[in-house]
Design a protein around this ligand. Structure first.
Ligand code: IFM
Length: 436
């Protein structure tokens, strides 16, 4: 790799990220059913109807996986806690085995000198709560705060950092407007409610953790740069709306206690009554901001009801996901986030990486990581307080509606035998992180 650890500030942290449902093997250890299980069991939703029942069997192999993290030289491990593993019904009876698992995982990280960075929710909503309306139901803010207290009551004393909800856009828009993720709805009213409630739940969880005396709490957003497809005013307007829905709604809610006007034009009629009164809860102070970044989109107007936007195929090189590679947009996002939303607050790149079909000599991934580390350097030079960078992901894993075909791991997983084999990118990072 071009970059090495010593090119970054001394306190800069390098980490690796995963999520519970994508690697653990959800059918094990007494976890309850989730809306992902039923979404995946519905024909047409997931490639090959694959699910997370076994995934990477991390539940039984986590010691080996943490050794891989340690041997690579990462400072931090960003993992998520499965709500349904801890509370199979979403509320009520606790699955002690689930709590014990996260307790063992935490201690195993600390024994290896790796900082535990938890994310409370990464998309596996317990089915009984989905039956009650899931993210459409305002009560979810309280249910989520209760779950937060239970899991953090057990492991919160040993966390380096905690994020609330991974990628609010995916939890709400992608899942309730586009229907690509569980619960697979295509309904604007459901979407507006989910977008608001996901931020409300974030705020309640932060308050619950403050109540436990915890610090270093953050919010994690996925951002996609919206580039107008041409110079026309229509394309500019469409890109601004895409940007509003994807990026500004969530950052604006949490950091500026306001939603963008161009998004409210379409969503205000569907937001829950009294939404304007929730911003003190939504905007409760956090200690850092996490940005997940992968790609940009070229946007043009569309001849559809609101939101009249469409994505146009772009000319840049693409990953196995078909996503254009645009590292410059990461610099622009880091700079914009600090200027317009977060000020002096530490920013972490909490996910960045690429899917590649190359299972051993993944030079494309090495190049991708180098280009994005360069983007972080650009932002650092502009004075943006970027404090860390997390690669997505440790292992090839369950890529949601795309099943197991898209491989994001630094470490290859043979899903027949569960054998882990580090790829060239793993060794490149190992060398870069060791270089002082
Ligand atoms: O695999 C996902 C992850 O769950 C959330 N962020 C994006 C990744 C790649 O699509």
């Amino acid at each position: 790799m071009k970059y090495k650890r010593s090119d970054f500030p001394q306190d800069f942290l390098f980490g690796i990220a995963t999520s519970a449902y994508q690697i653990e093997g959800h059918a094990q250890g007494g976890a309850g059913g989730t809306h992902w299980d039923t979404f995946a069991a519905t024909p047409g939703n997931v490639v090959n109807a694959e699910n997370g029942d076994l995934a990477c069997d991390h539940y039984n192999r986590f010691e080996q996986d943490l050794d891989l993290i340690k041997d690579a030289g990462f400072d931090c491990y960003r993992f998520s806690t499965s709500w349904a593993r801890v509370l199979p019904e979403g509320r009520g009876p606790i699955n002690q085995e689930g709590l014990d698992f996260y307790d063992r995982l935490t201690d195993a990280l600390l024994e290896r000198g790796i900082r535990p960075c938890a994310t409370l929710y990464h998309w596996e909503l317990p089915s009984p709560l989905a039956d009650l309306g899931g993210w459409r139901n305002r009560d979810i803010a309280g249910w989520f705060a209760d779950f937060t207290e239970i899991i953090m009551g057990r492991i919160g004393d040993r966390m380096f950092s905690v994020a609330t909800i991974n990628e609010p856009w995916c939890v709400s828009w992608l899942s309730h407007f586009e229907g690509h993720h569980a619960p697979g709805l295509r309904d604007v009213r459901a979407t507006a409610r989910a977008m608001h409630h996901v931020l409300l739940a974030h705020g309640h969880a932060v308050q619950a953790m403050r109540g436990l005396g915890m610090s270093n709490l953050g919010a994690v957003f996925n951002l996609e740069w919206a580039e107008p497809a041409d110079d026309s005013p229509g394309a500019q307007e469409a890109a601004a709306l895409y940007d509003g829905i994807y990026n500004r709604f969530f950052l604006g809610g949490v950091f500026n206690k306001a939603y963008p006007d161009n998004v409210l034009e379409g969503l205000a009629p569907y937001l829950p009554d009294g939404w304007q009164d929730d911003f003190d809860a939504i905007g409760v102070p956090v200690d850092w901001c996490g940005l997940n970044y992968y790609t940009r989109k070229l946007i043009a107007p569309a001849d559809t009801p609101w939101p009249s936007v469409q994505e146009i195929p772009g000319p840049l090189p693409k990953t196995q996901m078909g996503w254009e590679i645009d590292p410059d947009a990461l610099s622009r996002f880091l700079i914009r986030a600090a200027r317009e939303y977060t000020g002096d607050l530490p920013i972490y790149v909490t996910e960045n990486g690429m899917a590649s079909p190359e299972r051993r000599q993944d030079n494309d991934r090495i190049d991708y990581l180098d280009q994005h580390l360069n983007a972080v350097q650009v932002a650092l030079k502009q004075g943006v307080p970027v404090k860390g960078y997390f690669v997505w992901s440790l292992l090839d894993n369950y890529e949601w509606a795309l099943g197991y075909e898209k491989r994001f791991g630094l470490v290859d997983v043979d899903f027949e035998t569960m054998t882990r084999t580090p790829k060239a990118s793993y060794f490149a990072l190992q060398e870069a992180l060791a270089a002082g």
